[in-house]
Structure formats: structure tokens, C-alpha cells
Ligand binder design. Structure first.
Ligand SMILES: C=C(O[C@@H]1C=C(C(=O)O)C=C[C@H]1O)C(=O)O
Length: 460
């Protein structure tokens, strides 16, 4: 007979948060710190633009002090299950406004990737508290050390010394999850066939009103990509977007991009979200008369207005379903980016006792801006027809405080970078009026965002 197991005491310390904040005098380049630190620890970088009531922030999180565990939440993101722990963090640590948790999830957390190993290094849902947070806000730089038990009094100086000592990962440790031993020769054929089948099924008994199909592309370089240079190029080209980079452990690929699309942000009792769908044609420069004409065409295009309206209706009806009262304009505006312009409708709603940031992520993701309508039929068609694991592409990504304030984006204009290779993702909203070759061209324009940043790396 085996001896009785000792009874596990309830682990009360597990949700007691302690943290210390220190202002840093020396100016540090956070993208460079991310690049160095990914050679020895889990590292995340986020640059959040100023948006409504939310001020801009640049964040680097290193190590992991606590991480949420998720049960089987099916294809839901399941973030709201972390609410009790966040409440315990607030209860034990008081004012946690300077603490940040990083949050991200796969487009379809329940997708079974089979022998597609592209995303093996990444968890399909993550909400975690880094041990060291470096945060730039209002031109001030802070370091925040967080821990759940007793931290060594020297933890801050030890972390800062490790970061300073680390070298650029010219030779990162052994790899796990190569991204580009892939044959993408059929990518255009498959994408255009998928679009054509949506067009052909229009008018049948169960058509999807809208579906977003995606494709992949590769990029390579004669030596390793330097992520700090890529991040700097994205920040310069897409200052109004959110730049992100995730490296789950040393030797893993880095997920990097700069997205224009907020899934939902929460500040001062307000939720802000947006419908972002409908894209200009042609690759004109942002200030050119050609771009202005393309934006005018977009505003008057019945196909794009319909594609956009599907997103507005899903988001507003989901908010209403959860007891919120959304406010928004009837007519979309234009969101101009360096490579393309989009139709955009900002949407606001009040936070309630039962519907805050985490519940809103679970409810809104995936919107028809990246999935389709009806949601379930579109998600199944994507899993069946697209032919690859989207992984974190088109999933939620961002940061929040234990108070429930933060900004969560939709991970677009992005890819996996590994050594000297990159795998990029882009999609387009398809309706009965779509032309397969026009939609394919649109994905090219979207890919250009990260492609240009990857080649900008070669500039002196
Ligand atoms: C799917 C992507 O973008 C989405 C699709 C858009 C469209 O179809 O017009 C526009 C913005 C995004 O919501 C992507 O960039 O990969």
C-alpha cells in the first residue's frame, strides 16, 4: 500500500502580489533590451499608441512571476476565468496601476495543428505577469519588479545587470520550431479558390455573409534578423499602430508586427473598440492624390461598406447582449496607414460590474474583421479550407493592469521571425462581391507593412 499523501495546504501565497517600482534615470532603448533579453529569458515588447483616454506606453516584460492556467474553454479565449486572481492581486497589493500583465491568444485556441509545427513554441492562450517590467510613459522610464512570494532585495539590480550584460543574440541557442521549411507554391491557388467558392455559394441555402481568408508569405536575409531594428522600423512607419514582439523562450521564433486594430481597450470605466474593415486598392503613397482618390472610392464602395457594416453589427449586438449600450457613428471614417487605408468606426460602451476588459475580449474575439459572419460557420470554414495554423495571427494581444485597465489589439500585419527567415500572414474580407485576384492583391499590400520593416533592417 502506498503511504498516504501529505495534504496540500491551500496555497494562499499564490495570489498575494508584491511589487516595487523604481524610476530609472538612465535612458534605455526598450527594443534593444527585448532583443538582448530574448537570448536568456521569456521576453515581450509592446508599444501602445495614445488612444482615446489611454496614454501611450512602451513596455518590455522579462521572465514570468505568475501565469494563468486555463481549463478547456473550447474556441473561446477564456480570459474572464482570471478575474478572481486579478481581484486577489488588487486585494493583496493595493494600488496596482503600475503593474502590467501581458495577454495573448491564438486566433482559434482549439484548432488542432496536426503536423503543422509552426506555432509549437507558443502557448495558445497566455495571461502572465513578468518578473521585470520596464515601462516608458510620459517620457519617464520605470522598472517594476513583481513577485508572489518574498523577492530578494537585490532582484531589481540583478535583472538590470543581466540585461546590461546580455549580448545581441547573434547565435541564439538551439531552435525549436523552424518557420520556413514550408512549400508555399500553392498559396495563391488555394487562396483564390477559397474566394471563388464563397462567390459561387452566394444565393445558396446557407451562405456565409462574410469570411476572412488568409495566406502566408516568406522573407529571408543573408544573416540573422535583428529584432530591435525591425521594431524601430515598425514604430517609425506605423506610429499610430501598436507594435508587438513576443519571444516565449530562448531559441524560439519571435512573433512580431504592428497592428492598426484595437480589439478592446478599457480606461476610466469606458470600453473602446472599433470596426476596422474595408481596404483601399493600389499601393499609393499615403499623402498622394491617388491615395485620396482610393479613400474616396472606398467610402463609396457598396462591397466595402457592406463588409464593414457586418463588423459594426456583430460588435454592437455582442455589446448589447452583455448589457452594455454601445455608441458609434452611422458612417465610417478613414484610417490612413503607410501602406493602406481602411474604413473605421470607433465604438464605445460603459464598463459594468459584470462586463469589463476580460469579458469583452472573450465576447468580441474573433470579430468578422478577421473571421466572418456567422462566426461559427466562418471559423469552421477557415479551419477546413485555409490549410495552415493561424497561430497567434489575428488573435488578441496586449497588456493590462490588475485593475482591469489596458489595451488589447488584434495581431495583424505580423509574422514569425526566426534566425534569417520570416513567415508572414495577411488576410482579406470576402463577400459574394469579391474578385479573387483583387483580394489576393490586397493581401500583398498588407504584407508590405512587415516586409518593409524586415528589409529596412539592411539600411545603415
Ligand atoms: C485580415 C487582415 O486585416 C483585416 C481585414 C481588413 C479587410 O478585409 O478590409 C481590414 C482590416 C483588418 O480588419 C490582415 O491584415 O491580415
Amino acid at each position: 500500500m502506498s503511504p498516504p499523501r501529505p495534504q496540500q495546504p491551500a496555497d494562499r501565497s499564490a495570489t498575494r502580489l508584491h511589487f516595487t517600482v523604481q524610476a530609472l534615470k538612465e535612458d534605455l532603448c526598450l527594443a534593444e533590451i527585448f532583443e538582448r533579453a530574448r537570448s536568456f529569458t521569456r521576453a515581450s515588447y509592446l508599444r501602445l499608441p495614445q488612444h482615446g483616454a489611454a496614454c501611450g506606453e512602451e513596455l518590455v516584460g522579462l521572465g514570468c512571476a505568475w501565469e494563468a492556467t486555463f481549463g478547456d474553454t473550447g474556441n473561446d479565449t477564456g480570459f474572464a476565468s482570471a478575474n478572481a486572481v486579478l481581484r486577489a492581486f488588487r486585494h493583496s497589493a493595493g494600488d496596482t496601476e503600475d503593474v502590467r500583465l501581458f495577454a495573448y491568444a491564438a486566433f482559434d485556441p482549439s484548432y488542432a495543428p496536426g503536423d503543422d509545427v509552426t506555432w509549437n513554441a507558443f502557448e495558445r492562450r497566455a495571461l502572465y505577469l513578468p518578473e521585470l517590467l520596464l515601462m516608458r510613459r510620459d517620457a519617464q522610464l520605470f522598472a517594476v519588479i513583481a513577485h508572489l512570494d518574498h523577492a530578494s532585495p537585490t532582484a531589481m539590480s540583478e535583472w538590470l545587470a543581466r540585461v546590461n550584460d546580455a549580448q545581441h543574440p547573434a547565435q541564439p541557442p538551439a531552435t525549436d520550431g523552424a518557420c520556413t521549411s514550408l512549400d508555399l507554391r500553392n498559396e495563391e491557388t488555394r487562396f483564390t479558390a477559397n474566394v471563388a467558392s464563397v462567390v459561387a455559394s452566394a444565393g445558396t441555402s446557407a451562405p456565409v455573409e462574410k469570411i476572412v481568408y488568409a495566406r502566408r508569405a516568406t522573407a529571408e536575409r543573408s544573416s540573422h534578423f535583428k529584432l530591435d531594428r525591425v521594431i524601430a522600423a515598425l514604430n517609425a512607419d506605423f506610429s499610430g499602430c501598436a507594435t508587438f514582439a513576443l519571444s516565449p523562450h530562448p531559441g524560439a521564433p519571435t512573433f512580431v508586427g504592428a497592428t492598426p486594430e484595437t480589439l478592446v481597450s478599457a480606461h476610466h470605466n469606458q470600453l473602446q473598440t472599433m470596426a476596422l474593415a474595408g481596404t483601399t486598392r493600389g499601393g499609393s503613397p499615403p499623402q498622394s492624390p491617388e491615395r485620396a482618390a482610393a479613400e474616396d472610392n472606398l467610402l463609396h464602395s457598396a462591397k466595402d461598406r457592406h463588409e464593414h457594416q457586418v463588423v459594426v453589427e456583430m460588435i454592437t449586438s455582442s455589446l448589447k447582449h452583455h448589457g452594455a449600450s454601445p455608441s458609434y457613428n452611422d458612417t465610417p471614417g478613414i484610417r490612413r496607414l503607410t501602406n493602406v487605408s481602411h474604413l473605421e468606426t470607433p465604438i464605445r460602451a460603459e464598463i459594468t460590474d459584470t462586463f469589463g476588459l476580460l469579458e469583452a475580449i472573450d465576447a468580441l474575439h474573433p470579430t468578422p474583421a478577421v473571421c466572418g459572419q456567422p462566426r461559427q460557420a466562418a471559423r469552421q470554414a477557415i479551419a477546413r479550407d485555409e490549410g495552415f495554423d493561424r497561430g497567434l495571427y489575428a488573435g488578441p494581444i496586449g497588456a493590462m493592469s490588475p485593475e482591469g485597465e489596458g489595451q488589447i489589439f488584434v495581431a495583424l500585419r505580423c509574422g514569425l521571425v526566426h534566425h534569417d527567415q520570416a513567415l508572414l500572414f495577411a488576410g482579406a474580407g470576402i463577400t459574394a462581391d469579391s474578385d479573387p485576384h483583387v483580394e489576393w492583391a490586397e493581401t500583398h499590400q498588407k504584407l508590405a507593412a512587415l516586409q518593409n520593416a524586415l528589409t529596412a533592417e539592411d539600411l545603415p
